[in-house]
Design a protein around this ligand. Structure first.
Ligand code: IMP
Length: 192
């Protein structure tokens, strides 16, 4: 069985990847003695590749890294790759949601389109990185709904759903359609 080292230490993401890839790959967590990657790129591709490269170089093994963001049409694609720190450094998910609702205050429904994107980088030592992206179209609602999920979930309504926000969906419902799941599926297509 092929070994794959994950660049993330986030237990939710590790579990998600374990569910999908666990049967076919020996998945290893990010080494605890490897410092966090400084995510200084201005694209998801750059950051995912940087994370995968650091882990692969450190372990000498194939590595898998992901980077995600919310791209809002009315804001010219912001916050995008900067989604985690949209309202500033060391902010909460709720701070970011509050800022987003303020920025879109008074903006009509037709102009509130947005996409969640996840890019995954798979890197084998000595080979070119393989990059795949999953996307979910939707719009930013005018108020928070739902208690589940994380991040911008209470204000993101996916077009593939029934009008509920990601945060109103169960974990299973969200995972059945999410941008991250689509990226993982694309990866499976590439890894074969
Ligand atoms: P990461 O690269 O997966 O850590 O995502 C960066 C940021 O994008 C997170 O801190 C969240 O603010 C946002 N984000 C990514 N994926 C999701 C999601 O599925 N729901 C809500 N917010 C998300």
């Amino acid at each position: 069985m092929k070994t794959l080292v994950l660049a993330t230490a986030n237990p939710d993401k590790v579990k998600e990847l374990q569910d999908v890839l666990g049967g076919a790959y020996d998945l290893r967590p990010r080494p605890t003695d490897l410092a966090d990657t400084f995510e200084d790129g201005d694209t998801l591709e750059y950051n995912a590749t940087k994370k995968a490269r650091e882990v692969s170089d450190f372990t000498g093994l194939p590595a898998l890294a992901d980077d995600s963001g919310l791209f809002v049409d009315f804001l010219g694609g912001a916050p995008g790759v900067y989604s985690a720190r949209y309202a500033g450094e060391n902010v909460t998910y709720d701070d970011n949601v509050t800022k987003m609702l303020q920025e879109l205050d008074g903006v009509e429904q037709t102009q509130r389109g947005a996409q969640f994107r996840t890019t995954i980088c798979y890197l084998e030592p000595g080979k070119e990185p393989v990059l795949v992206t999953g996307e979910m179209q939707g719009y930013i609602s005018t108020e928070r709904t739902g208690e589940n999920g994380f991040g911008y979930d209470p204000i993101f309504v996916p077009v593939e759903g029934d009008g509920r926000s990601y945060a109103e969906m169960s974990h299973t419902e969200k995972n059945a359609m999410s941008h991250r799941t689509k990226a993982v599926q694309a990866l499976l297509g590439v890894l074969g």
